[in-house]
Ligand binder design. Structure first.
Ligand code: ADP
Length: 620
């Protein structure tokens, strides 16, 4: 309807323009009298023609004024005739005139084609512009809303998130039989916020809720609401809810809610009107819709702390479901789902892989299994084995192996000692994660070598000694370089940054510095422009800031000294093993075991050593 309407306006404009042109042509044609050439010759002879203009085929001119009153005479036009014939014809007193063969079609085309082309290009551009900006169809959701009538995902497709699943069961029950709840006068939550790190399966769970309850699933990302034109986002929200109500019962899922729902008034460099308006509209819709209609709003975010508090008020996103990183059992369950989908060897043990992948989320695990399967294909194996899985884990953790990268022998030597430095310190300190592999094959963009430590179990708490040991392990690389080469390299850059972060957290966040005591010092952030919270962060004196720096420095220095002492005690072992590592490039399994045994017996021999001190500290 709307389209047709727009079109008729263009046609009308075109019509008016053409009539105007035609009128001009006719008017000018009518003002000039056409006369035969013989008449023209006679008038010239009679002295009646005052002026003429001659062109190739036509002569135009003006007759003398008939009454001699100074008024301009009649205009005329005549078609030129061959002068020789005209003499002959004049001699015989014949009336004659010239004619131009006019090609009607040609004239028409020479007019119509440019006009049609012009109009066509114009329409095309207008249409493109509308498509890109939604300028004419303000806020209509076009194809952007993505609705699945039939979601194929079920709860069985997500694992390791049992608590979240339990919370969502109720929603499914409601969507399946809304009447049962409404009859009892029960209120179902309007908005459910899934909170958790990226890749833990929030989208997957939202889809599974839709799939289990067999309702349509509308999904949109928070960032898609923030449009080029102010007001469009709000219109989009309105349209989304309208469409959803028509399809109720259904689920609306907004991914990255934080892109849209950031606290108002804290934007950098003044406000962001568009986002604010969109957020307001969302709040209005949330308040306005009756949950008993059967529209359930779900949203996901990994930064709930930056959401506008208004979004979390009762009656809005009043139920928050935590979708956390899976624990070891959860990881094994997720792995089972994905291993079932590929052809896996019988030695592939989900529990063992789960042990190697502490801290990873569902998306990482899915990725690992996929990588492993691809590796198996590349190696022309019929089934994916544990070797491929281990390699895929390393690939995800440390990046791709770059065996071909040329490294000069001196650098290789430094890398070998550096990595062994980490490994030996880790082996000497009680309670550190066991070393699984030492490699000096370059990986990824920057890593020249790496030491893989695998935690034996998931950890939720860390003691001060453990953190200290971690820092010492990180500094072990630099300590080994200094010990062996009496010089240090840039290779420790990442280690230093991690160690410093850890030490700073110990001082500022965990209250682990005796000098500063059990106080939490929020990290200093950039003050925001005109923001509400400016000044509220990092509120401590310059003096405290200096003490924090000193404490961080003290922790790092102490642990560096620990690492240095351990390596000095094991200098022979370090040098011997480095030669072996340079030759084999990788040390793992039995060879690694024997190094660990040597390190431990060394620390048993010298009871005054750093290791013994550390062991005593752990015991205390
Ligand atoms: P999020 O929305 O939390 O960032 P997604 O739901 O988009 O994460 O997860 C990305 C992919 O990772 C999913 O499509 C799925 O293949 C996999 N995945 C993530 N978590 C799980 C899980 N708990 N169980 C099974 N697969 C998962």
């Amino acid at each position: 309807m709307k389209k047709q309407h727009r079109f008729s306006i263009w046609y009308a404009l075109l019509g008016i323009w053409m009539v105007f042109l035609l009128h001009n042509m006719i008017a000018s044609a009518m003002a000039i009298k056409s006369i035969p050439y013989s008449e023209f010759v006679k008038q010239v002879e009679a002295g009646q023609v005052v002026e003429i203009a001659v062109s190739e085929n036509v002569i135009q001119g003006r007759m003398a004024s008939p009454d001699d009153d100074g008024k301009p005479g009649e205009l005329f036009r005549t078609v030129r005739v061959d002068p020789e014939i005209s003499n002959l014809l004049a001699a015989h007193d014949i009336t004659y005139s010239g004619r131009i063969e006019s090609n009607f079609l040609g004239t028409l085309l020479s007019w119509i084609i440019p006009v049609a082309l012009f109009v066509g290009v114009w329409l095309f551009l207008m249409r493109r512009f509308q498509q890109q900006s939604g300028f004419m169809t303000l806020g209509k959701n076009k194809a952007k809303i993505y609705m699945d009538e039939e979601v194929g995902v079920r709860f069985g497709d997500a694992a390791g998130v049992d608590e979240a699943k339990q919370e969502l069961e109720e929603v499914i029950a409601f969507l399946k039989e809304p009447q049962r709840y409404t009859r009892m006068g029960g209120q179902i939550p309007r908005g459910i916020l899934l909170v958790g790190p990226p890749g833990t399966g929030k989208t997957l769970l939202a889809k599974a809720v839709a799939g289990e309850s067999e309702v349509p699933f509308f999904s949109l990302s928070g960032s898609e609401f923030v449009e080029m034109f102010v007001g469009l986002g709000a219109a989009r929200v309105r349209d989304l809810f309208k469409q959803a109500k028509e399809k109720a019962p259904c689920i609306i899922f907004i991914d990255e809610l934080d892109a849209l729902g950031k606290a108002r008034g804290v934007a950098i460099g003044g406000g962001h009107d568009e986002r604010e308006q969109t957020l307001n509209q969302l709040l209005v819709e949330l308040d306005g819709f009756d949950p008993n209609v059967g529209v359930i709003l779900m949203a996901a975010t990994n930064r709930p702390e930056i959401l506008d508090p208004a979004l979390l008020r009762p009656g809005r996103f009043d139920r928050q479901v935590l979708v956390d990183r899976p624990d070891k059992v959860g990881r094994a369950d997720i792995l089972k789902i994905y291993l079932d989908k590929i052809e896996a060897e019988s030695d592939v043990d989900p529990e063992r892989i789960a042990g190697m992948t502490a801290g990873m989320v569902g998306a990482d695990l899915a990725n690992i299994v996929n990588e492993a399967a691809l590796l198996a294909v590349r190696r022309k194996k019929a089934r994916t084995g544990m070797a491929e899985i281990t390699e895929a884990v390393e690939r995800v953790v440390a990046g791709l192996e770059k065996r071909n990268r040329l490294i000069n022998p001196m650098e290789k030597k430094i890398v070998a000692h550096h990595e062994l430095g980490h490994a030996i310190v880790a082996m000497a300190l009680p309670g550190a994660d066991p070393v699984q592999k030492i490699s000096i094959i370059p990986r990824g963009i920057a890593a020249l070598g790496y030491t893989m430590q695998v935690p034996t179990e998931d950890r939720f708490l860390m003691r001060r000694t453990e953190l200290n040991h971690r820092i010492a392990t990180l500094l072990g690389g630099r300590a080994a370089e200094a010990l062996i080469f009496k010089d240090i390299s840039t290779g420790a850059h990442n280690d230093l940054s991690r160690a410093t972060d850890m030490a700073r957290s110990m001082v500022c966040e965990y209250g682990m510095s005796d000098r500063l005591g059990q106080v939490y010092f929020a990290p200093k952030r950039q003050a925001r422009f005109l923001g509400q919270e400016a000044g509220a962060v990092g509120e401590y004196s310059e003096e405290t800031a200096r003490t924090i720096d000193e404490e961080v420095r003290r922790i790092i220095d102490t642990q560096y000294a620990v690492a240095c002492r351990i390596l000095e005690e094991n200098k022979d072992l370090l040098q011997r093993t480095a030669r072996q590592l340079l030759q084999d490039e990788v040390i793992e399994g039995k060879a690694l075991e024997s190094i660990a045994v040597a390190v431990r017996s060394q620390s048993a021999q010298s009871p005054t050593s750093a290791t013994a001190e550390a062991a005593a500290e752990m015991a205390a």
